[in-house]
Design a protein around this ligand. Structure first.
Ligand code: SAH
Length: 472
């Protein structure tokens, strides 16, 4: 079992990088060279002695200095490959992280986590892992590799083109990209008994998971992916996805957030019962796991955050209230579509869902009418669907009572996703056939205007002023 991460800093430049990494890795300690580095959790006078001491304690190690210094310092301790803690080298400016040692104890998993906090790609060099998407030497919790001494040859054989059969239940291997073939000579066996491995076999023993190991505090991150394009996703969301042990969400969003590692459990759902899904997330997180609940756009806008907070409010379970709950925002569909078209929401606006699944249609009509009367620009989510065909036509009817036919309307469909379309029309031209569930409809206020763009299409904006334009 690997201990917490010790981050060694030898230069002034490294301290900021170390702090960023510490923020993303639970239980990490920053150690700074005495007299040189300020702001560390602890200081040390002799690098070699201290790093060897932490290594012997079983702590994972990240040294923000030249890899050679670390390798030479640890060289006397490197006899035994299995069971050694992860050791990584990092650039003090945060531009690189390189796993050095500890393939069997998860150095690559840690490298990925650290790289995610720094927003860089980890320098993974283990070819087995690169080719097969999993490190056979380092199975997820619940499995132990019985014959690590055979793994090197086994993996080399696979890399040389041999195929493998899998016997027994190992979901993490099913998700890996192993060259599986029912008639293969090589065999991976997953078993709960203690049988000795045969020739050409790799044996994983499943071990009971309910041992009374100290529980870490569970974490539930309700995240917003933004509209789709990963460039529109905030770094904190990317980190939460890296850290996740369990991922919950609709299949479409889970696919959008992926790919995931084999050690991450995906709970895809087309379950419309959002409260049930929210409770499921708490149940998982209350056992100490790191859980991510995925929404598209912003999780607080017609998505999972409200259901999750409500589920917590309704629960008396201290374990649920002990979960570290965080809501991480995303770019909502209205913001994404608005930005593509100019600034149609540049003045006061409101966002309304046209879905009457969870609220009476009467209140929706009332809100549209009052928002129109108040001359707010509006963005409509969930505008139309097969079971709700008449609601949008009715909404258009109400809008036309308050707004002129020339009012700009923006139809953003699949914004930030493949096949994105953006159309600027007018309220007079708007028909329900132009709209579907993947569209957000923005309707301007009486002040919204549009004009042609040089490259085709139009710009739309709602000025920041109201009434008469101020002199400037
Ligand atoms: N939480 C999401 C909204 C979920 S409600 C967010 O903040 O964006 C689902 C509705 O959002 C859809 O019916 C559609 O109206 C709108 N929507 C979500 N993603 C969209 C996208 N990429 N392009 C256009 N509209 C989108």
């Amino acid at each position: 079992m690997t201990g917490p991460l010790s981050i060694f800093v030898l230069s002034v430049r490294g301290i900021e990088t170390a702090r960023r990494i510490k923020a993303g890795i639970e239980g990490a300690t920053v150690l700074g060279l005495e007299g040189r580095v300020e702001g560390a959790d602890e200081t040390f006078a002799n690098f070699g002695d201290t790093i060897r001491e932490h290594h012997s304690r079983g702590n994972a190690i990240l040294a923000l200095c030249a890899a050679g210094i670390t390798i030479r310092s640890l060289a006397p301790l490197l006899g035994n490959k299995t069971g050694e803690p992860p050791v990584l080298a990092g650039a003090d400016d945060g531009s690189a992280v390189v796993p050095l040692l500890g393939g069997t104890t998860g150095v690559n998993v840690l490298a990925r986590q650290i790289a995610a906090t720094l927003n860089v790609a980890p320098a993974i060099t283990t070819s087995g892992e690169l080719h097969f998407g999993t490190c056979l030497l380092n199975p997820p919790p619940g499995y132990v590799l019985k014959n690590p001494e055979d793994a090197k040859t086994f993996i080399a054989d696979l890399l040389a083109g041999k195929t493998v059969r899998i016997e027994g239940d190992a979901p993490w291997l099913e998700q890996a990209r192993l060259p599986v073939d029912e008639n293969a000579d090589l065999l991976i066996r997953v078993t709960s008994d203690n049988a000795a491995p045969g020739k050409g076999e790799l044996v994983f023993q499943s071990v009971p998971q309910n041992s009374p190991a100290p529980r870490k505090r569970g974490r539930l991150s309700v995240i917003g992916l933004g509209p789709g394009d990963p460039d529109f996703m905030i770094p904190a969301v990317k980190q939460a996805l890296q850290r996740a042990e369990d991922v919950l969400g609709y299949e479409t969003y889970v696919r959008m957030a992926g790919p995931f590692r084999p050690d991450q459990t995906i709970h895809m759902t087309d379950n419309r019962e959002e409260m049930q899904r929210a409770r499921h997330a708490f149940e998982l997180a209350a056992t100490g796991r790191s859980v991510v609940m995925i929404s598209s756009g912003d999780p607080g806008v017609f998505a999972m955050a409200a259901a999750v907070v409500e589920a917590l409010h309704e629960s008396q379970d201290p374990a649920w209230h002990g979960v570290k709950l965080e809501i991480l925002p995303g770019v909502s569909a209205a913001m994404a579509a608005a930005s593509r078209s100019g600034a149609p929401l540049g003045h006061d606006f409101c966002i309304l869902s046209l879905s009457d699944n969870l609220k009476p249609w009467k209140i929706i009509e009332k809100r549209i009418a009052l928002a129109a009367e108040a001359d707010l620009a509006m963005a409509f989510y969930n505008p139309i669907s097969k079971p709700r065909p008449w609601q949008l036509p009715r909404a258009i009817e109400i809008l036309r009572q308050y707004r002129g036919a020339s009012t700009p309307v923006v139809l953003g469909r699949d914004i930030g996703r493949p096949g994105e379309t953006l159309r600027t029309i007018t309220l007079g031209e708007l028909t329900p056939e132009q709209v579907d569930m993947r569209t957000v409809v923005i309707v301007g206020s009486s002040h919204s205007v549009s004009f042609p763009r040089a490259d085709g299409g139009s710009w739309v904006y709602t000025p920041r002023w109201y009434g008469t334009k101020p002199q400037s």
